[in-house]
Design a protein around this ligand. Structure first.
Ligand code: PRP
Length: 179
């Protein structure tokens, strides 16, 4: 079954914007080493593509903070599923996310990470869905503003599937109803 109802952001648009973001980050962090903090699992594909366009030395670390489980609406419950492996004290940390929706996940993460005393803490998200925001989040780098629709692809899942699709799309209603 063809799962795509309509494409919201094409692969070409994503790749061009990711390159621009990487170049902006390279300029802003000139002379600094960056710790890219990937928020699993959605941020993984974005991190890999973004890192190719950053000219500074970068380290990766990974954190998994779950707010949704398999539901399509936020439960408001945030928990750390996997914590960082390295200390971020004194480091320049750039959080890499696939999407900011209600902001609840990042609100929790920011509080948690600030208490670990990084030299700086910024946010880079590929997608921003401002209509649904419940708490204000200071976002430093945004790829695209997106409408308040259920989106899948380029990191975003439907029941843990389709994260590997290289564009962002609205799935067909039948897909959501049949799985
Ligand atoms: C998604 C996304 C963000 C969060 C954003 O993660 O990757 O972390 O939701 O939503 P919010 O702004 O409403 O908090 P999810 O918990 O679905 O996990 P995943 O990355 O493994 O898909």
């Amino acid at each position: 079954m063809d799962i795509v109802d309509r494409i919201i952001i094409s692969e070409e648009e994503i790749q061009a914007r990711v390159r621009e973001l990487g170049e902006a980050i390279s300029r802003d962090y000139a002379g600094k080493t960056i710790t890219l903090l990937c928020v699993l699992k959605g941020g993984l594909m974005f991190l890999c593509d973004l890192a190719k366009h950053i000219t500074q030395p970068v380290a990766y670390d990974f954190m998994s903070v779950s707010s949704y489980g398999d539901a399509t609406e936020t439960s408001g419950v945030v928990r750390i599923v996997k914590d960082l492996e390295e200390s971020i004290e004194g480091k320049h940390v750039l959080i890499v996310e696939d999407i900011i929706d209600t902001g609840l996940t990042l609100s929790y993460l920011l509080n948690n990470l600030h208490s670990r005393n990084p030299a700086s803490l910024r946010i880079c998200t590929l997608l921003n869905k401002p209509e649904n925001r419940r708490v204000e989040i200071p976002i430093d780098y945004v790829g695209f503003e997106v409408p308040n629709a259920f989106l899948v692809g380029y990191g975003l899942d439907f029941k843990q599937l389709y994260r590997n699709i290289p564009f962002v799309f609205v799935p067909k209603k039948e897909l959501i109803e049949n799985l």
